[in-house]
Design a binder for this molecule. Structure first.
Ligand SMILES: [Zn+2]
Length: 250
């Protein structure tokens, strides 16, 4: 497969094309240009707008190709947007001011889930700080683009750090087994905060909420998610039963 095709597919280019690929000491440099007559999209509102001017070319590091470093070079256009003013165009491969392409950010962050950041930095030949920044960017990107309409079963639990001196309250999506929300401290206020941020519409879709048998949580759930069935998990029920049996025995 041609390098051009690989880049085209991995970057999701539709309104752009690969002009040329050159090889230098630093690796492969891919020059990307807009297709003729394509109108740039405003990065503020996402709408197609009239072009305003073109900035000087900028290079972003891309995913390595068979151990050969690769970079994408592109001269960004600016748009004149009725709503947002003069803005740089939106590009599917870039994220804010990052020097890395979005596919590289996602790749580094994915590997950072299974390897130490040190190992990821060695594997991809980037600095430790680059891996750290990629993880932060990936979290930001995924939080902004995640689909939260389908959560119907959530779990609430607290986590203690520093030997029980610091608490955080976590809310999980129980079907997909992933963390949805985190708040400092534990108790009524913090769970209230989750419900306030999550909004009535999404809360209305939740069918069951699992939590430990702690009164402040149960109270808030009954108050804010009336249609959801409260579920107590087996671990906490067994914990209470063991305590009761122990009490009777004593
Ligand atoms: Zn705009």
């Amino acid at each position: 497969m041609l390098v051009e095709s690989v880049v085209k597919r991995t970057l999701g280019l539709k309104s752009w094309r690969v002009k040329r690929v050159t090889e230098g000491i630093e690796g492969l440099v891919v020059d990307v240009v807009p297709r003729r007559l394509s109108r740039p999209r405003c990065s503020g509102c996402g709408r197609k707008r009239t072009g305003y001017d073109t900035l000087s070319a900028r290079t972003r590091r891309h995913v390595v190709c068979w151990s050969i470093p690769m970079a994408i070079r592109y001269a960004r256009r600016r748009v004149k947007c009725k709503r947002c003013g003069i803005k740089v165009e939106a590009m599917p491969w870039s994220m804010g001011k990052s020097q890395l392409t979005l596919p590289l950010i996602i790749m580094l962050a994915t590997f950072a889930k299974i390897l130490s950041w040190e190992e990821v930095s060695r594997l991809f030949g980037v600095g430790w700080n680059t891996v750290k920044a990629a993880v932060a960017h990936a979290v930001e990107h995924c939080m902004a683009n995640r689909d939260t309409a389908e959560f119907i079963a959530i779990g609430v639990d607290e986590l203690s750090r520093q030997k029980g001196h610091v608490y955080v309250t976590n809310v999980y999506d129980l079907l997909d087994m992933r963390l949805l929300w985190t708040g400092e401290e534990r108790g009524k206020e913090v769970l209230e905060q989750f419900f306030a941020e999550w909004g009535k519409e999404r809360i209305g879709r939740i069918m069951c909420i699992c939590c430990d048998m702690w009164d402040p949580y149960v109270e808030v759930i009954k108050e804010r998610a009336k249609d959801a069935v409260p579920v107590f998990d087996k671990f906490h029920i067994v914990q209470h039963l063991s305590k009761a049996v122990d009490q009777v025995r004593r």
